[in-house]
Ligand binder design. Structure first.
Ligand code: UD1
Length: 381
């Protein structure tokens, strides 16, 4: 794309709030700024604020310093969403962007989209159309509502296009561009930290490999009985394959408030504080197995070819099951044990990398966004 004179460039206001947003915005900002045809303004809502969930991601992913910070912090869904809306409105008024770009499905995504749509500022949603069809997930509500009020929707996989069509979203608003989370992974893979270095600080590298565990979904961590059973299942796995467990602050708080700390003080489970992006990428790429309830990790393991047991009953990312390395296992110990036994016998599920998960999704977004802002469309539909 040919760069334009800065004064004539349309401005896109990009909004991030929580850890997975940071990973997604990094390649998008790089592509938009690299093409030189769109100005960007980055607004950080402050939904995530701890250094391990926040600053380290900006450093690891080379994300420019946000021009605006809303510093909302934690709260109930209502409080957090409302606080973001209140604080975002004056930013939108002051910046007067051509469009607001939101990513993913966190509370910051919906809050910024809602303010923008009500002010008739066009909304662009990256990672549109994913559906778990499980309304007990807060993210599902965020996804459905954000897509409903978006003007331009970028999808990662074909199933998302079908979901949007069934909801009556006009197809001329939707573009299949691939997965920006995988762009970020490709950009940072060579810089990822060797696992021995990450683990040296936490008990050393297990001799015959390790599994990585992450847990943070309310459905897995909020009910003490569910959480205790999950940790017991993990301990059984740890007897054969040591489990590296970087703990999300939400999960640590639940473990402490439920008095479950003793479930973790075992040699077969290596408990880590939340790790930065490069440390996590290093851990995952060398892992023999990943157990997770994270959407991003389902995608990254598929792209890296690492077997993944997804500790949920459903997923909004079916391509990671149909084509990738993920198996839906749920959170019952008996199902986890069966899945682990299968992994042990077969070496784990193999898969292929889905179409357009090639490291160039953000570049396609930049091309398409530029054409859309100028009234055309670059990608044939
Ligand atoms: C949020 C997203 C979720 C995403 C996850 C990634 C929503 C509804 N959920 O969940 O989709 O997968 O981020 O991490 O937006 N906390 C800290 N430090 C922080 C931030 C949070 O200690 O910097 C603790 C607080 O106790 C807080 C709790 O984590 O109450 C939950 O944080 P919140 O941002 O509401 O949701 P997450 O569980 O992180």
């Amino acid at each position: 794309m040919r760069p334009l004179a800065t004064t004539t460039l349309p401005k896109i206001l990009c909004v991030v709030g929580a850890r997975p947003n940071f990973v997604k915005i990094a390649p998008i900002l790089a592509a938009l700024r690299g093409a030189g045809r769109i100005r960007t303004h980055l607004c950080h809502t402050g939904q995530h604020y701890d250094s391990e969930l926040n600053d380290s991601f900006f450093t690891d992913l080379d994300i420019p310093r946000p021009e605006t910070r809303l510093d909302v912090g934690s709260g109930s869904h209502a409080v957090q969403t409302a606080e973001i809306m209140k604080r975002f409105e004056p930013v939108l008024d002051a910046e007067r962007p051509a469009a607001v770009l939101v990513v993913g499905d966190v509370n910051s995504t919906l809050a910024a989209a809602l303010v923008s749509a009500k002010k008739e500022v066009p909304v662009v949603h990256v990672e549109a159309g994913l559906r778990s069809y499980d309304r007990s997930m807060p993210e599902e509500i965020n996804r459905v509502l954000t897509d409903r009020i978006s003007d331009l929707l970028f999808a990662t996989e074909p199933a998302a296009i079908g979901n949007l069509a069934r909801e009556g979203i006009p197809q001329d608003r939707v573009r299949l561009v691939g997965n920006v989370m995988i762009d970020a992974m490709h950009r940072q893979l060579t810089a990822s930290t060797p696992p021995a270095r990450v683990l040296a600080r936490h008990g050393g590298m297990p001799r015959n490999g390790y599994a990585v565990l992450t847990l943070h979904r309310p459905s897995n961590v909020d009910d003490p009985a569910v959480l205790a059973a999950l940790l017991d299942a993990v301990r059984e796995i740890g007897r054969e394959l040591p489990v590296v467990f970087p703990i999300h602050p939400r999960t640590r708080a639940r473990i402490e408030s439920s008095g479950l700390e003793s479930r973790l003080s075992l040699p077969e489970i290596l408990v880590l504080p939340p790790v930065g992006y490069l440390d996590m990428l290093g851990l995952v790429r060398e892992a023999r197995l990943v157990l997770t309830d994270s959407g991003g990790l389902q995608e990254e393991t598929t792209a890296l070819g690492v077997p993944c047991l997804t500790l949920r009953d459903n997923t909004e990312r079916p391509v990671t099951i149909d084509e990738g390395t993920s198996t839906l296992v749920g959170n019952r110990p008996s199902s986890i044990a069966v899945a682990f036994d299968n992994f042990r016998r077969t070496g784990g599920k193999r898969g292929r990398v889905p179409a357009l998960w090639d490291g160039h999704a953000a570049e396609r977004i930049a091309v398409e966004l530029d054409a859309w802002l100028r009234g055309g469309s670059a990608i044939p539909r």
